[in-house]
Write a protein that binds this ligand. Structure first.
Ligand code: TRP
Ligand code: ZN
Length: 467
C-alpha cells in the first residue's frame, strides 16, 4: 500500500468514527473476561465496580428470584459496550445512567450497549432488572455452587463462579466492591447475608432484611441463606477496642451440635487477631445450615458458612480466611494457595497452641506419609494448579501450608509473625498474587535465601527434597 493510500484510509476511518458517535471519542467494547488463567470468562474488562445495591425477593415455593441490581462502576477505558457475568435468569430491563440500554445474552455474558459511550474514568450507574429460577452451577471439580435450594429456603455460595447465578456483576476476585443487599422473603423465614443487618421489616406477610458490607468484598464471598434459622446476636470486643456484632444463624437441627463450637468464636477471633493482626471487618458470626445442604464450608465474608456444625479446626480455618482470602484477596484463581495455604497453616498453628502436634510435627507427618491421606499431594506445585478442577486440591491446601512452614523455619518465629501480620496489613482490603508475596517475604528478610523454597516448594514439580 502506498503511503498516500494508508493516510487516506486513516482519514476515512476517523470520519466514520466521528459519524458513528456524534463527534465524541469513540469507545470500544470492554471485553468478556479478565484473562484469568483458569476461568477466562470470569470478570469483564473495561470497568471496576465500586458498589452493588441488590434488591431481591425470593419465593421458596416456586423457587423464583426477582430483583434489581444497581451497580456503581468506574470505566477504565472509553466504552461503547461492556459485559456483566450472569448465568441463567431472565433480564427484563437494563439502564445506564438512567437511560435504557440495549443488551444481549451470550452464554454467561450479559452484553450491555449503553445509549451513550462512557468515558474513561467516568463513574456510572447501571441497573439490571431480572427474574427467574436461579441455577445451581457445577464447577470443574464437580462441586455445586451458585443457588442451592435447601429445605424451606435456599443458599447462595459463590466460590469460584457461583455468584453469577444470583446477581449480574463483575465476577472475578480482582474486582472488589461494597454491598447493600435487601432481601424480601415470606414472613417467618430468616435471610442472612454478609456484614451488618441494618433493618428488618415485615408487612403484608413478607419480611425484608437489609444487609450492609462496607469493606471491599470479592463477589465469590457474597452469600445469602434463606430459611428457618435460629438467630443469636452478641458482641465481640476486637483488638482495636471497638465492639463488633456477632451474628450467628443455625439450622434448628444443628442447634445442639453447634452450640459449644460457636461459643468459641470470640476465643478464635482473639487468637487470630493476636497472630494475624487486627480483624479486617466490622462484624463476625457464622451460618450453620443443615448437614449436607452443601458438601463444603466456605469463608463467606464476615460470616462463614458451614454445612452442619463445624469442628474447631474448620472454624479456625474459615475465620483465618477473613484475613487470608477475604481481606487479602487473590488477583486471580491461580493464587488460590495464598488463601488455602494460610488457612490450612492456621489450623496447624491452632493445634500447636492448643497443646496438640506442633506445626513441625504436622509438616513432618505430611512429608513422610502425606500421600496416604492426600494421594495427589505431590501432583503439582501450589503456585501452578494443574487446571481449573484442581484449585482446591491437596497441593493448594496442604503443600501450600508447607510453603508457609518453610518460611517460618527459615526466618524463625519472631520474624515469621512479623511477616504474616505485615503481609495482612500491607494488602488489607486489597488483592495480591504469588509474586507480591515472595517479593514481600524477601524484602522483610533480606539476609535469607528463599530461592530454593520458591523453586522447589512453590513452583517445583514433584516431591521436594526435605533439606
Ligand atoms: N474455600 C473453601 C474452604 O477452604 C473450600 C471451597 C469451597 C472451595 N468451594 C470451593 C475451594 C471452590 C475452591 C473452589 O473452606
Ligand atoms: Zn479454605
Amino acid at each position: 500500500m502506498s503511503r498516500f493510500a494508508s493516510v487516506a484510509l486513516t482519514v476515512t476511518s476517523v470520519l466514520l468514527a466521528l459519524t458513528a458517535c456524534g463527534g465524541g471519542v469513540q469507545g470500544t467494547p470492554g471485553g468478556s473476561g479478565v484473562r484469568d488463567p483458569y476461568f477466562p470468562k470470569a470478570g469483564n474488562g473495561g470497568y471496576d465496580v465500586t458498589h452493588y445495591a441488590l434488591d431481591l425477593a425470593y419465593d421458596p415455593d416456586d423457587r423464583r428470584l426477582a430483583g434489581t441490581a444497581e451497580i456503581t462502576a468506574r470505566a477504565s477505558q472509553d466504552l461503547s459496550a461492556f459485559d456483566l457475568d450472569l448465568k441463567g435468569m431472565d433480564v427484563e430491563r437494563v439502564t445506564v445512567e438512567g437511560e435504557r440500554a440495549r443488551w444481549s445474552r451470550n452464554g454467561q455474558e450479559l452484553v450491555v450497549r449503553p445509549h451513550d459511550d462512557l468515558d474513561k474514568g467516568e463513574t456510572f450507574r447501571l441497573t439490571v432488572r431480572y427474574s427467574g429460577t436461579p441455577q445451581t452451577i457445577t464447577d470443574p471439580d464437580g462441586s455445586k455452587e451458585g443457588w442451592l435450594p435447601d429445605g424451606d429456603g435456599a443458599l447462595a455460595l459463590g466460590e469460584p463462579t457461583g455468584s453469577m447465578a444470583w446477581f449480574p456483576g463483575n465476577h472475578h476476585p480482582s474486582d472488589k466492591a461494597s454491598y447493600d443487599l435487601a432481601v424480601t422473603v415470606p414472613e417467618g423465614l430468616e435471610a442472612v447475608s454478609n456484614g451488618e443487618l441494618t433493618n428488618r421489616a415485615t408487612s403484608g406477610g413478607r419480611t425484608t432484611f437489609r444487609w450492609h458490607t462496607a469493606e471491599p468484598m470479592a463477589s465469590y464471598l457474597a452469600t445469602l441463606a434463606v430459611g428457618d434459622y435460629d438467630i443469636s446476636r452478641s458482641t465481640f470486643t476486637g483488638a482495636a477496642g471497638g465492639e463488633l456484632p456477632v451474628y450467628t444463624a443455625v439450622a434448628p437441627s444443628q442447634k445442639g451440635p453447634a452450640r459449644a463450637v460457636l461459643a468459641r468464636i470470640p476465643e478464635v477471633m482473639e487468637w487470630a487477631e493476636y497472630n494475624f493482626g487486627p480483624y479486617p471487618f466490622s462484624s463476625t458470626g457464622a451460618i450453620v445450615a443443615r448437614v449436607n445442604s452443601s458438601k463444603y464450608a466456605l469463608e463467606t465474608q464476615s460470616r462463614p458458612f458451614f454445612p452442619g456444625a463445624p469442628g474447631i479446626e474448620l472454624l479456625v480455618h474459615e475465620i483465618a480466611h477473613q484475613w487470608f482470602g477475604n481481606s487479602v484477596t487473590p488477583k486471580s484463581w491461580r493464587d488460590m494457595w495464598l488463601n488455602e495455604g494460610f488457612a490450612t497453616y492456621a489450623e496447624w498453628l491452632w493445634e500447636e497452641d492448643d497443646g496438640g502436634d506442633s506445626a513441625q510435627e504436622t509438616f513432618d507427618a505430611l512429608y513422610d506419609h502425606g500421600e496416604d491421606e492426600h494421594k495427589d499431594l505431590w501432583d503439582f506445585p501450589p503456585a501452578e494448579p494443574a487446571g481449573a478442577e484442581q484449585i482446591s486440591a491437596a497441593p493448594v491446601y496442604q503443600r501450600g501450608a508447607m510453603v508457609i512452614h518453610k518460611i517460618r523455619q527459615t526466618v524463625g518465629d519472631d520474624a515469621f509473625y512479623d511477616i504474616v501480620q505485615g503481609w495482612a496489613a500491607d494488602h488489607r482490603h486489597g488483592n495480591a498474587d504469588t509474586g507480591d508475596f515472595t517479593a514481600y517475604v524477601e524484602e522483610k528478610a533480606p539476609d535469607e535465601d528463599f530461592g530454593p523454597i520458591w523453586r522447589d516448594w512453590l513452583y517445583g514439580d514433584g516431591k521436594p527434597d526435605k533439606a
